[in-house]
Ligand binder design. Structure first.
Ligand code: 0RA
Length: 732
């Protein structure tokens, strides 16, 4: 007995040390302590539920962002075991939640097929949570246990009965002394949960946000699995083939390797290849991707030659054969090896041959049974090859003239003198007049200016040859210095900051999107490396008592006017009591938001008052309107106070008061600023505000670009309409 006690203590100390280790070096366990790591906590917990589903014990997973900012993951699996652990002398659930890497099944027979990128288990989430509460339904009883920062604060106890129901409910609040991120993002979690539902067909994932300003709710369930994933990705592209599905399994070195592939050709010129290993998105590809590509090339070549569709002189490359292709490759590997810079490249050698053999056989059969589709695909491939050849020839001739190699930079480029790219910036400026101001105002040592005239070519709708025939695009390629296509070399970048500087109007937004499309499709490494930025020129110049100030957004201007306007202004609530200055500001901010929403609703042809009274109304801003108006009650007001004019008048009065003695000037474009102004507000590294473009969600990015820039008109119209009310929330 004495021995057992000391044993227990020794193990207990080890556990505490484990939890402390995670808290001391969180980044080592979850990657980072920013937005990524914060969301990674959720994935770790969900992965455990997915594992239960893969083992055939769980059908439904609920994920809820709670009002207090915590998050709940609830599944109907077997429930974490709650009996005494045979050697650790405490409930098994405590072991699972406090011992690193103990999350997996104890019998060892069941390899963990899911598992987040870092696969560290739910105990890490516990260690990094301010608090965690776990409820388990198992053996007819509901059990409950609580932790704080990895230590038990409320030991396991039975809190009720549950009959035959089983399952696990984990609720946690991340430790804000460790993370810099403060809230879960709906979009980020949505993408991952949708992806998990695609990858694990039949599983139902409900996702709800009770915290955010807008109440969101979505259910993901796909009986078609990755076929439905391909359908989703291609929603706005014109299909050239049906969705083609392959699956199979083979014995590998460490156990059975399963592979599932779904692919479809479209009329688009871009390629989208998404690969997964044990549900982890392998961004850098690896042996599964190589296996797929090899089989595709081999099969197309063989079928094409056998049927006299391809001749030797056609000189097709793998790239040509993947033009317009969307493919998902999902493999399950018992002991995956991850390599590469971000550890997202599958290294297991045998997987290459396994995937290649599964794809080769079945793709050949598909072509033989569908000769018309095979012919269409091969014709597209041939066109892609010809365009590539034409582009190469054009490049050759320009090289001979010394245009593309950086020796002769385009005349329009006003380069800087510094040669170290880490210190230099290239501004892509809309219009010649703004270009002129930027050129005069810039820091000549480190800032280069490239004025862009007119619209940039939409690369979503053009093949390489046409693209390289476009003067604006050629100038861009030369100025950036990395070359293009087969010769692309990121290390030759002449600037590590490429700043898109466009007007804050519709045309500016269009040019910005065209440039982003070009970078994303043709130079994605620039974005991955974080070299691309969006300048944020101010919208307003506000002058007061001879002092001028620049204001970035409409929202900021409103805040400014309200603050100034409330300076010597008393505001009463619905009962006539005077509001404290902070509360008054909150009320006025809410009124400004209501005004904005009403305006947007009216622009879409609805009457806000009618919409508000209609209990069944959804969309078109109805829910936003209802939420905003319900917040009015906290100030003792109701809708009639607004529509009756009383509150509207208050808002106008305060704003007018704030405007007194101010002169407000709205910039209509960059060209209206003089050189000094443009430099001080938008270019001066000490004062400017810029946004770095990041696109870590390839699925969302691909869909957005095909939607905004592709051929299909109807989905684009719908997207713009659906999002019209959210423009103020759109984060570009
Ligand atoms: C250890 C063993 C077993 C299940 C689990 C852990 C488990 C963990 C989590 C985390 C979230 N949901 C979960 N569901 C199950 C196997 C239990 C058995 O053999 O009955």
């Amino acid at each position: 007995m004495a021995e057992e006690t000391s044993n227990y203590n020794a193990e207990n100390i080890q556990v505490l040390e484990g939890m402390e280790a995670v808290r001391k070096r969180p980044a080592m366990y979850i990657g980072d302590t920013g937005e990524r790591g914060y969301h990674h906590l959720v994935y770790e917990v969900v992965d455990n539920s997915i594992d239960e589903a893969l083992a055939g014990h769980c059908s439904t997973i609920d994920v809820i962002i709670n009002r207090d900012g915590s998050l709940t993951v609830c599944d109907n699996g077997r429930g974490i075991p709650v009996d005494m652990h045979p050697t650790q002398h405490r409930p098994a659930i405590e072991v699972v939640l406090t011992v690193l890497h103990a999350g997996g099944k104890f019998d060892g027979s069941n390899y963990k097929v899911s598992g987040g990128l870092h696969g560290v288990g739910v105990s890490c989430v516990n260690a990094l949570s301010d608090w965690m509460k776990v409820e388990v339904k198992r053996g007819g009883k509901v059990h409950h246990i609580e932790f704080s920062r990895g230590r038990v604060t409320k030991p396991l106890e039975v809190i009720g009965e549950c009959g035959a129901e089983t399952g696990t409910k984990v609720t946690f609040f991340p430790d804000h002394t460790i993370f810099s991120c403060r809230a879960f993002k709906w979009e980020t979690l949505c993408s991952r949960l949708r992806e998990l539902a695609f990858l694990n067909k039949g599983v139902t994932i409900h996702f709800r946000d009770d915290e955010g300003e807008q109440h969101h709710e979505e259910t993901f369930h796909y009986d078609g699995g990755i076929d439905e994933f391909v359908e989703y990705l291609n929603a706005n592209k014109k299909p050239l083939s049906p969705i083609i599905h392959f699956e199979g399994e083979r014995e590998g070195v460490t156990g059975t390797v399963q592979a599932e592939i779904s692919m479809q050709y479209t009329e688009s010129y871009s390629t989208l290849e998404q690969t997964y290993t044990n549900n982890i998105h392998t961004i850098e590809g690896g042996t599964h991707l190589t296996g797929f590509r090899t089989a595709l090339t081999r099969t197309i070549n063989k079928y094409g030659a056998d049927n006299k569709l391809i001749k030797d002189k056609d000189n097709l490359t793998g790239d040509d054969m993947r033009e317009g292709l969307t493919v998902i490759v999902s493999v399950k590997v018992p002991q995956p090896q991850f390599e590469g810079q971000t550890k997202t490249k599958l290294g297991n050698g045998e997987v290459e041959g396994i995937v290649a053999s599964i794809v080769s056989d079945k793709l050949m059969t598909f072509f033989e049974e569908n000769p018309a589709v095979a012919k269409t695909v091969i014709e597209k491939t041939l066109l892609a090859a010809r365009a590539r050849e034409a582009a190469r020839a054009a490049r050759e001739s320009t090289r001979r003239k010394g245009i593309m190699d950086g020796l002769s930079l385009p005349g329009k480029l006003k380069d800087c003198s510094e040669r170290d790219p880490a210190k230099t910036e290239l501004f892509l400026v809309e219009g010649d007049s703004a270009g002129g101001s930027a050129q005069t105002g810039r820091d000549r040592a480190t800032q280069a200016i490239l004025p862009l005239r007119g619209k940039v070519l939409n690369v979503e709708k053009a093949r390489v040859d046409r693209m390289l025939a476009n003067a604006e695009i050629r100038t861009l390629i030369t100025a950036i210095g990395c070359g293009f296509g087969e010769e692309w070399d990121i290390s030759k970048a002449r600037y590590h900051k490429i700043v898109i500087m466009t007007d804050a109007d519709v045309d500016g937004a269009h040019i910005r999107t065209l440039l982003l499309t070009f970078f994303y499709r043709k130079m994605p490494e620039l974005i991955e490396k974080g070299y691309v930025y969006l300048a944020q020129p101010p919208l307003y110049k506000v002058e007061r008592k001879k002092k001028s100030e620049y204001v970035l957004t409409d929202g900021e201007l409103t805040q400014k006017l309200l603050t100034l306007g409330l300076d010597d202004f008393e505001v009463e609530d619905g009962s006539g009591a005077v509001l404290a200055p902070e509360r008054a500001k909150e009320l006025l901010t809410l009124l400004a938001e209501i005004e904005e929403t009403c305006k947007l609703v009216e622009e879409r042809g609805f009457d806000p008052q009618t919409l508000l009274g209609d209990e069944t109304a959804q969309g078109s801003g109805a829910s936003m309107l209802k939420k905003e108006f319900s917040a009015l009650s906290a100030f003792g007001f109701a809708a009639p106070d607004y529509f009756g004019g009383k509150l509207k008048a208050l808002l106008d009065d305060v704003r007018a008061h704030g405007r007194q003695g101010l002169s407000i000037y709205r910039f209509k474009g960059l060209g209206e600023m003089d050189a000094k102004e443009l430099y001080e507000t938008t270019m001066n590294p000490e004062k400017r505000y810029m946004k770095r473009v990041k696109l870590d969600d390839a699925v969302a990015a691909d869909r957005m670009f095909t939607l905004l820039m592709g051929d299909e008109v109807e989905p684009r119209r719908k997207f713009i309409e659906d999002n019209a009310l959210n423009v103020r929330n759109l984060d570009f």
